[in-house]
Design a protein around this ligand. Sequence first.
Ligand code: NAP
Length: 547
Amino acid sequence: MSNPKSTNRDAIIVGAGLSGITALYELRKLGLNCIILEKGSNIGGVWHWNCYPGARMDSGVPSYELPMPECQQDWSWSSNYPEYAEIQRYFDHCDKKLGIKKHVCFGMTVTGARFETSTKNWAVECNDGRLLKSKYFIVAIGLTSVGVRITHPDIGLFEGQIYQPSTWPKDGVDPTGKHVTVIGTGCTGVQIVQEWADKAKSMAVFQRTPNTAIPMGIRPLNETDNTTLRAKHEVLMDKRKQTVSGLADKEPIPRKIWEDSFDVRQATFNNLFEQGGLHFWLSSYSNLMLDWNANREAYDFWAKKTRARIADPKKRDILAPVEPKHPFGGKRPALEQSYYEKFNLESVDVVDVNINPIDTFTRNGIITKDKALHPADIIVSATGFISPEKIVRTLDIQGIGGTRLADLWDQEINTYLGIMCHGFPNMFILDGPQSPGEMSNIPTSIEIQGEWLSKTVEIIERRQMDPVHPSLSAMQEWRDIVETVGRNSPAIKAKSRYMVFNKTRAEAEPVFYGGGIPAYRKQLEQTFVEWEKAFETSGNARAAVSV
Ligand code: NAP
């Protein structure tokens, strides 16, 4: 473990998840002295915390992993969608190969950071009062590090246990013989329902928006599969950077839906559906996410397949309505194994909270508006996370002249490439708002951001430049791009994690860049063509360098 008391560092990285590890790897290659400050007790970020029942990777092997070839050596996955415990072992394996943990100070919560104009350093404050200084400040705290818990004026009346997936007890919770309520049907809720429905005495699932969950297509991987994966690792890692989604094995069909007859379209949908995983969404017709009629046809296909799995007509209409609540893919579809069949158990029910919201809590359950009592010993609040920009705002970050990032972003998010901000020199946010984030395979977007970070820092070091920050015009240009792309996305028609409220304009706007990985890479490359247009130095002098 790194000793935070020792001298200043070249770079302080907050968070030891995928993005923090990537930053550490890239900056160490440049010879920088780095430390990661991590509030948890192990590396892995979301995979350190996520130990709720059924938690597993839902993007799939081989795309959801670190790209470093060392990490793939001697590593075998047991299935194409491994569970959290296996992913935690994978991170320990990566540590053995890359030597990550010796640079991490665990149990250290960063509360704020201030740019000191006099020293041109960042002063980073920790919850135990320690102050560390560095030239580079890397925010790598992820998109899902702060959960949202269900609130209600009467919740205090409930005498059972309330659990939140993101802070699940490490030694587990046993639902056997218990009445369980799960609130929320995002990817997390779906995984928990699936895992616990058979075990609980009864289960009530409180749904606000139906999930358009797709069969996962989970299968074991044997040693031959793993040998092939290891042999193809470099090719696959390269391939994932060339696909729109960032997933090596998922690419849209290079034709529009209307070029095929109805029968061919149905056969195509069926083939994608049967393959399992995100193929039905991401390997479909090229206009699926742009043409509303095409999107509706995909929804109708999904609804027909799904409704056939749910016996009770009332539950069927709640879980897989004939009329879509939002465009298919406007919210992230979960991957499931037996989610819908679980509702065929008499002990498992679904409550549409739009019709029957929670009225009150009792000592041992929840009463809905229709006066029904839903008995509960355990309530699981699978109600998601605060939005990505709010997560960054949990740190008190002050740039030039003491300007607070939280104040700026309270009105409107502005970044350059989703990575840097005007007035916050040498501060880099990985996997943050206005990056591809959840609109891509996250490890892929982190990888290309890491490459960009490395190239940018290498230039700053080589030219011995003052700290740099993006110009206001570069940020404006990026905001325009994110918005223009977002306007064409079905996400705009769904109330989801993909959207955020802009107070300045009093309207919702996309929080992620939805243009896909290859287009994002092109934008990142443009920095090195137009460096002087992109950046200013903290001393206000233009960065007059040729790169
Ligand atoms: P989420 O997608 O934000 O889902 C939260 C759910 O809670 C939604 O169904 C939401 O309904 C519901 N909800 C919120 N407040 C509610 C209330 N007051 N009453 C009833 N329902 C309420 O959160 P998540 O499922 O935790 O997923 C977060 C992100 O993590 C996603 O991007 C997901 O893909 C990712 N994830 C990944 C994995 C993995 O294995 N790799 C696993 C889990 C999650 P509305 O839809 O109406 O808002």
